[in-house]
Every structure is written in structure tokens, then in C-alpha cells.
Design a protein around this ligand. Structure first.
Ligand code: KIV
Length: 274
């Protein structure tokens, strides 16, 4: 299906994780936006954004911190509640912030808080060390998105916000992690800042959908942060794009992003890591 750019196409039905799996099976891309408040959440629903992510990036985009590390569970709950008041049809995914899922029990307690605040799925950052946690959450009815590659909560360990999986050994490690996370019960895999070829290989090897940010054009979905889509970021990352410059208003910018992802126009070569 070809989507007309600029003209918002509202979601008709509520989006579930089964719907996202069906979209992967049919080769239809879905669109995710990280956003933090009720009016933007409502605009995303009206623009056909299937998944809204209440990201802990709010530490930087809204609260003025240098990283996601200071973000608390209370701050996440405040924003999850706001987003869920504004949007009744997109699937609402929410980050568990730094050190709120260091053990499986802690993860279960904080995931329950996020779900009771309005999330439909939680997102946690990390590789194979998360398998026990993911199985525990899945067994208790909590859908999980596992986030690998550049995991911003580990920025101090990674030595900066840099592309991951560039050596053969690191690429194999990410591939193996992806398979283990799926086997543990993850519903979605999100890959941030990994070479496009690796993201493609992982996407093809998994049955669950993948979402990419700086991970090339072959993932099953794309995610961008609303501040980047609207040109609010002083030094935008290479993988992002300001869609507002090509339109006249916020719904138009969101519709352009949705259309460009679905039609395979975004990301283009300038947004991709080789
Ligand atoms: O917190 C966030 O917004 C994210 C996206 C950048 C993927 O994790």
C-alpha cells in the first residue's frame, strides 16, 4: 500500500502485539515515535503511528539531563499516565529506567507499576543477562521489548554514544543475544545504532518484529524521538530527520514520517551506519 505523504491517516483499531507480528509476517512496516505527553500522543494516534514509546530519553528531551541515568520510575509513571490519557489506539510501550530492573523481582514490580499506569508493553535494555527477567515477565503476562546495540543506560560502560557491533566478534554477540532474547519470550527487539547489514541479518533470523533507530532500512519498524522529528534537537543525531521542515504543521510532519517509513523512503543512506 502506498501512503500519501503529509495527509494524516488515523488509526482505525487498537494496535496489539499480535497485530505487529501480523504486520511483520505480511511485510508491512510499522511506525514508532518516542513521545512524552498527551497532546503529542493524540496527534500520533491521528497520524497513524502504531506504537508510541514513553522513552526514558525524556531525561534529556524534557527534563534537561545529560543522559537517561537520572530518570526515576516516578517520572516515567507521570509521563506514561499522560500519554495513555491522550492516546487510546496506539500500543503504548514504556521504558523501565536505569537500575529499576537489575533483578527479575525488581523488574516484575516496576513493570507492574508501568502497566498499571497505562503501558501495554515495557522496554528494557540489555543482552543475554536479561533472559531470566524476560521469561519471568512473559510468564506473568507482561509483554517485553528488548533493546540491544547502543543501550543509553550503559553509556558509561560503553564509553559514549557510539555505534555497536562493528567487529565480527561484537556482531556475533549481538546476533546471539537477539536469538536468546526471542527464545526467552521477548515480543519485540529494538536495535539502536548498529550497522545496517547486521540489523537486516537479525531481522531475518527472528520471528518477532524488530524496530530500528540508526539500524538501517530493513528492520520491521522504525522509531524516532519526537524532538528530532520536529527539529527541536540542537545537534541532531545522524540517524534522525527533521520532518517539520518539509511540512507546515506537527500532524503533517508526523504523517510525512509515517508515510516515508511505510513507503521505504526513510531512512535513506545519509541516516544509516555501514
Ligand atoms: O528512550 C528512548 O526514547 C528510546 C529510543 C531512542 C529508542 O529508547
Amino acid at each position: 500500500m502506498v501512503y500519501a505523504s503529509h495527509s494524516p491517516k488515523p488509526l482505525e483499531k487498537s494496535i496489539t502485539n499480535l497485530k505487529l507480528q501480523a504486520m511483520k509476517a505480511q511485510g508491512e512496516k510499522f511506525v514508532t515515535v518516542a513521545l512524552y505527553d498527551a497532546p503529542m500522543a493524540a496527534m500520533a494516534e491521528r497520524s497513524g503511528v502504531e506504537v508510541v514509546l514513553v522513552g526514558d530519553s525524556l531525561g534529556m528531551t524534557v527534563l534537561g539531563y545529560d543522559s537517561t541515568i537520572p530518570v526515576t520510575m516516578e517520572q516515567m509513571i507521570y509521563h506514561i499516565e499522560a500519554v495513555s490519557r491522550g492516546n487510546k489506539k496506539s500500543l503504548i510501550m514504556a521504558d523501565l529506567p536505569f537500575m529499576t530492573y537489575a533483578t527479575p523481582t525488581q523488574a516484575m514490580e516496576n513493570a507492574a507499576r508501568a502497566m498499571q499506569a497505562g503501558a501495554h508493553m515495557i522496554k528494557i535494555e540489555g543482552g543475554s543477562w536479561l533472559t531470566e527477567t524476560i521469561t519471568m515477565l512473559a510468564d506473568r503476562g507482561i509483554p517485553v521489548c528488548a533493546h540491544i546495540g547502543l543501550t543509553p543506560q550503559s553509556v558509561n560502560k560503553l564509553g559514549g554514544f557510539r555505534v555497536q557491533g562493528r567487529t565480527e566478534e561484537k556482531a556475533q554477540e549481538l546476533f546471539d543475544d537477539a536469538k536468546k532474547l526471542e527464545a526467552a519470550g521477548a515480543d519485540i527487539l529494538l536495535m539502536e545504532c548498529v550497522p545496517a547489514d547486521l540489523a537486516k541479518k537479525i531481522t531475518e533470523a527472528l520471528t518477532i518484529p524488530t524496530i530500528g533507530i540508526g539500524a538501517g532500512r530493513d528492520t520491521d519498524a522504525q522509531v524516532l524521538v519526537i524532538n528530532d522529528i520536529l527539529g527541536l534537537t540542537p545537534i541532531p543525531p545522524k540517524f534522525s530527520k527533521n520532518f517539520l521542515v518539509e511540512t507546515t504543521d506537527i500532524p503533517g510532519a508526523l504523517a510525512k514520517y509515517v508515510g516515508d517509513v511505510k513507503n521505504g523512503v526513510f531512512p535513506s543512506n545519509e541516516h544509516i551506519f555501514e
